[in-house]
Write a protein that binds this ligand. Sequence first.
Ligand code: ADP
Ligand code: MG
Length: 366
Amino acid sequence: MSVRVVARIRPLLEKELNKDIIVRAGHAEPGKASTTVKIPSPKNDAEEFSFAFNAVYDQSTSQETLFASEVQPHLKSLFQGYDVTIFAYGVTGTGKTHTMRGGMKLADRGVIPRLLSGVFRRGKKIAKDTEDNTTVKVSLSYYEIYNDKVFDLLEPPEKRTPSGLPLRAEASGRTVVAGLSERACDDLRDFEKLYVEANNNRVTASTKLNAHSSRSHAVLRVKVTQISEDMIKESTVSAIDLAGSEDNRRTDNDKERLVESAAINKSLFVLSQCIDAISRGDKRIPYRESKMTRILSLGQNKGITVMILNLAPLRSYHLDTLSSLSVSSRAKRIEVREIENEVVFKQMPRSLSTNTVRRQPLRPLA
Ligand code: ADP
Ligand code: MG
């Protein structure tokens, strides 16, 4: 299983144009993408932290470029039978939904509609080009995990049971959601209809959409089945808009929020530990410790995982941004070497709230 962790810094919104920018992509070698994110220490603006990723996309990155660089290349593997998982991780307001779902205008469309369009295109091509009468079927499930409970988004909200859908272990060892619906989808128009409807289910099930969507993980799972004369090949691509990684306990302490926060923190923590273990090549992946990682069988299948860390460049997000950088760059222990073979990546202290921020050496920029 391979794992890639990339960062995407969003542009300023219109109402933010006079705000203070503190996050930027490090310099890149000519012709190459940047691989570092720079951010000052919360204690001292002159001190700068540097976090390394497989790639860093700055505010000028279009939806098309992000898709072409990070998702499109894996379509081939998907059709070869590998499972692909794309996560958007980050603080609420940093662009996770924009990255995954995107806007209505063609150029604004995010990873999910582009992915589906790529799947249908490739499926048609395979059906046309292969000589053994291969047919390709595409089906969808779409659900959210809220307070560690699974709710089907392809079903109307009235049909929800408060306790959510149970998980079941299959003989193969894979965990599935019992009773989750799956809809066949023949083309992009089919998909769009279902997807819009499902997102509306999410809205009507909740009185406060934004508060709700930032506290639940939304998982779209696309199953591709290739049937030829002598075999059936099945693989899935999951596109996930994760709950906000901010520490809700800081601002919100009513009981309901605390329960939500605990569930979110736990699942995001387990996720980062799984990605961490996978990228180290560990035998034991702690995927059983949260529902989200169990359902995805993260680390149990051969496949590809891409985690996109969304970042807002503003000072008002400083501490939450640092902690999301810390979690996601810890999830990827590659050593990035600069000219003098120096390791750039330095781990952030786990807790930023306890005065433990140590001085990190400043490095001349390449
Ligand atoms: P999240 O889902 O992480 O809470 P959103 O995707 O809702 O964040 O983004 C917050 C706001 O920023 C939205 O208004 C969104 O349209 C805008 N936004 C995010 N990323 C970009 C981007 N790359 N380009 C333009 N606008 C963006
Ligand atoms: Mg969102």
